[in-house]
Write a protein that binds this ligand. Sequence first.
Ligand SMILES: [Zn+2]
Length: 301
Amino acid sequence: MTTPPVCDYEGSDYQTSFWDKGGREYEDRTEAIALRRLLPKSGRILLELGAGAGRNTPRYLGFDRLVLLDYSRTQLEQAQQRLGNSEKYIYVAADAYRLPFVDGLFDAATMIRVLHHMADAPKALGQVKNVLAANGVFILEFANKLNLKAIFRYLLGKQKWSPFTLEPVEFVKLNFDFHPKVIRQWLGNLGFDIEKTLTLSHFRIGILKRIIPTGVLVFLDSILQWTGALVQVTPSVFVRARIVGRDGIPPVGQDGILSYFKCPDCGDSPLVDNKSFLECSNCKKKWGVNQGIYDFREPMR
Ligand SMILES: [Zn+2]
């Protein structure tokens, strides 16, 4: 089955090189604040899309169960080491364009720093919509092409692409920035209602991060985040969207983890549990289960 190209962090030390040693404390702390402001305090089951090594996962602990999804198995192994193997966490290696979950399963989903790598963003957003229950909440972070730095660079002739036009810009292979208006259109077309918009990383400028204490920048950013309701010219934007006008989907997933999944190839459910794999009774494909990670990327041979 062909899907858009996937940005794969397999074998990457992204958590260490980018977050732990990359001078990203400011970004990490401002994201924690935004998530506190946007996330429901509690819930039944949350899907974390592009969970990586589980950096944000401890921020979702108000939910009874957390499903960590990433395309990279090694990222999920790092998350397992960080979070442990408790009933609370379910680790799933899968393609965001072919989610292996039954419709209406989740009461919340988050996608932070992930859309950035989506060549077909509307397709991925459509998948999220399908797996959310009625009134489900979706927290989406996107990289904003209409940011001040890009605007100045463009006006000074130092950058070819225009930050004002609506199409996404791929500034490095499989790295996309989006216009806020387009994100609103895509979400609106899918039936999402945007309830809140926060802007982040107002001070993502190397020299400021070096000379001003991080705590001060985080405090100022936390105040300015609210201006996102009016204007979005920062490199990172968070929205809370809710799926509206959707009923008739019965509550699912009450009967244990097996009832969560469907075959990502043919959509059939439930799958049959054979311990080391889940088998689709319709198309007969086998999906591996290995050391606590459900693997729906490619069927077993
Ligand atoms: Zn199948």
